[in-house]
Write a protein that binds this ligand. Structure first.
Ligand code: MN
Length: 230
């Protein structure tokens, strides 16, 4: 038996809907600027040639239904509602069809963002890490198998305290899921354990202590997150 200096944390994992099986998460990739209307509201151009990515630390993932404290170091915490998927088979330098076949399941997700830190990083040409990758910054519903859910023109929306904030269609995505896997597989040897968030539609905005967020995509479980009051 290995003699560790301290007890290693158990693997981060997500439930597969309707089963007792869990999917262990080893890497998290997030696509930026994948809806034209959101890129416009951020004042940036979209890149139709290829998606770009940032990453989040699996230890920063929490499951839907969690209540968190408002995170430190920010006065401008933003919600981003996103479609997510997980990889079920090794895939490297794949064409669209082989890439699509490697997607095992889909989920709803929140890419929580310390927008003030991200904006400062952009201004100073620094990395986004502290704005994007912090404790509780990625929230996931349970996973629905790709045999049951296929992305099409389903509605994607987000409410805060029941008030509509984000609204779009999955068909508004510039790079679709199969295309994202094909491109990402030119950069990484993708494998089971890889989770991908696909970008957010327009309407991102601030949340404050006491807020309750609900994200919805037709055909998938809701993703819920609350911030404790005060
Ligand atoms: Mn995002």
């Amino acid at each position: 038996m290995t003699d560790y200096l301290f007890d290693p944390a158990p693997p981060v994992s997500l439930p597969l809907s309707g089963t007792t099986v869990r999917y262990p998460v080893t890497r998290i990739f997030c696509v930026g600027r994948n809806y034209a209307a959101h890129a416009a509201e951020m004042g940036v151009e979209v890149d139709h040639e290829a998606p770009f990515y940032f990453t989040k630390t699996p230890a920063h993932l929490v499951e839907s239904g969690t209540t968190l404290a408002y995170p430190p170091g920010t006065a401008k915490l933003h919600h981003e509602m996103e479609l997510a998927f997980v990889i079920g088979a090794p895939v490297f330098r794949a064409d669209r069809d082989r890439a699509g076949a490697a997607i095992h399941a889909y989920a709803t997700a929140l890419d929580m963002t310390r927008r003030d830190l991200q904006d400062e990083a952009k201004d100073r040409r620094r990395p986004w890490d502290t704005g994007k990758d912090f404790e509780g910054s990625v929230v996931l519903s349970s996973l629905v198998p790709a045999t049951v859910f296929t992305p099409g023109d389903q509605r994607i929306r987000l409410t805060v305290n029941g008030q509509g904030r984000q609204e779009g269609r999955l068909s508004d995505m510039i790079h679709d899921c199969n295309g994202i896997v094909a491109h990402l597989s030119t950069l990484y040897h993708l494998a089971p354990g890889d989770l991908v968030l696909t970008g957010t539609p327009e309407g991102v905005g601030p949340v404050v202590a006491g807020d309750r967020i609900t994200g919805q995509i037709e055909g998938l479980p809701d993703v819920r997150l609350a911030y404790s009051a005060g």
